[in-house]
Design a protein around this ligand. Structure first.
Ligand SMILES: *Cc1c(COP(=O)(O)O)cnc(C)c1O
Length: 393
């Protein structure tokens, strides 16, 4: 067996220093359990950062990989069709009520595509300004990083993309104040994820929809983290009964492989023309086949399962918050996207949980985030809560 320390040293010596990585190497998993090279078992409430909706070792994922593998082709480029991407796009459109899909590989890329749709849409009327929100997160490429309304992500990388302004989340008046004749789109997360698990108010999203319709601005929902069952509905906007013009998806979309989509509803579906946008790997056969598995599971009730388990997790977190009023101040979230707001540094709690075999991560500067696989068992949720309770003691 390979020694864990050796692999970690190799990583430290050869990977760019962009992550504060925990000192562990995982090599297999089952359900919501991850196993390290040195044989320890962890309960996973991170799920590869809201990616692994079906957990680890899922049989349907394994079969889909083997099917594509048997064909001998993972990738043919978008000069041709593969068997899987059109099916995945059709199913996505049927589930979302959208019209057209552009496939790419990451959340940031999906938002870059949305940005190009927004600016192209605005170019008809000479508008190019975009509104996004403080404490938002949209990714790390230049456009997505500029959309991200948090100074720490942009510091050191100026100049950023021009004509992007930040309004205050859940404050419609702040959007109206910025919505001049030069604005072509509003980008918003239905639940802010990295910013600290902050759900939008219903009136806020309804107000944004109305404002965008009045002013002919595109409403873009970044559902990269909230998408695909995570919040207890297949798409977070279904909680609010507010449809976007464009939606970005990634994270859980590829069943663990890199896969993302920029989804166009009515008037945004045909903005891009041949030659105006592309991705070499976008819609590749293997990722699209796994995407189909994820979408089929969502059709079969995975989101409802997440809603039920989310209620159990939230209730448990609320009990813990009530038991530790000196260390916790609130519980926020939707479905299996939960945040415990702390009065102590989340980093310390994350480390203490890690040492006891529970994987959690932070969000914002004071929130402990839970985004487990949607297939996590009630028993695992109970154990995770118990470990957290002990840590806070
Ligand atoms: C993770 C995330 C992104 C970025 O996705 P990448 O795949 O890391 O580029 C964008 N938006 C939201 C809301 C996210 O949570």
């Amino acid at each position: 067996m390979e020694k864990m320390e050796g692999i970690i040293e190799l990583g430290k010596g050869n990977l760019m220093n962009t992550y504060a990585q925990n000192p562990v190497v995982f090599d297999h998993g089952k359900g919501a359990h991850l196993y390290s090279v040195d044989g320890r078992c962890y309960i996973d409430c991170v799920a590869g950062i809201a990616v692994n909706a079906l957990g680890y070792g899922d049989e349907k994922i394994r079969k889909a990989v083997m099917d594509v593998l048997d064909d001998g082709i993972f990738h043919v480029s978008n000069l041709y069709y593969n068997k899987w991407a059109p099916k995945a796009a059709a199913k996505l459109n049927a589930l979302a009520g959208s019209r057209k899909v552009f496939f790419c590989n990451s959340g940031a890329e999906a938002n870059e595509a949305a940005l190009k749709i927004a600016r192209k849409y605005g170019s008809r009327t000479g508008r190019s300004r975009i509104i996004s929100f403080s404490h938002s997160f949209h990714g790390r490429t230049y456009g997505a990083m500029t959309l991200t309304g948090q100074e720490k992500y942009q510091k050191g990388f100026f100049p950023v993309v021009p004509e992007i302004s930040y309004a205050v989340y859940n404050d419609l008046e702040s959007v109206k104040a910025l919505a001049g004749d030069d604005v072509c789109a509003v980008f918003v997360e239905p639940v802010q994820g990295e910013g600290g698990i902050v759900p939008a108010d219903k009136e806020f999203l309804e107000g944004l929809r109305k404002l965008c319709d009045e002013k002919d601005m595109l409403l873009v929902f970044d559902c990269v983290q909230t998408g695909l069952g995570r919040t207890g509905r297949i798409f977070a906007f279904q909680h609010y009964d507010v449809k976007p013009d464009v939606m970005s998806l990634a994270k859980a979309l590829g069943g663990g492989l890199p896969f993302a989509a920029c989804v166009g509803f009515e008037k945004a579906a045909d903005v891009l023309c041949p030659g105006e946008h592309a991705s070499t790997f976008g819609g590749n056969a293997l990722s699209a086949a796994l995407c189909l598995v994820v979408l089929e599971e969502l059709e079969n009730g995975l989101a409802e399962e997440a809603a039920r388990k989310g209620r159990i997790l939230m209730k448990g977190l609320e009990e813990i918050a009530a038991r530790h009023p000196d260390k916790c101040s609130a519980v926020r979230g939707l479905g299996l996207m939960a945040g415990l707001v702390l009065k102590v540094p989340p980093k310390d709690v994350v480390s203490a949980c890690f040492r006891k075999g529970l994987l959690v991560c932070s969000a914002g500067y004071d929130v402990l985030r839970f985004v487990p696989p949607l297939v996590i068992t009630e028993e695992d949720i109970g154990q995770a809560l118990q470990i957290l309770d002990e840590v806070l003691d």
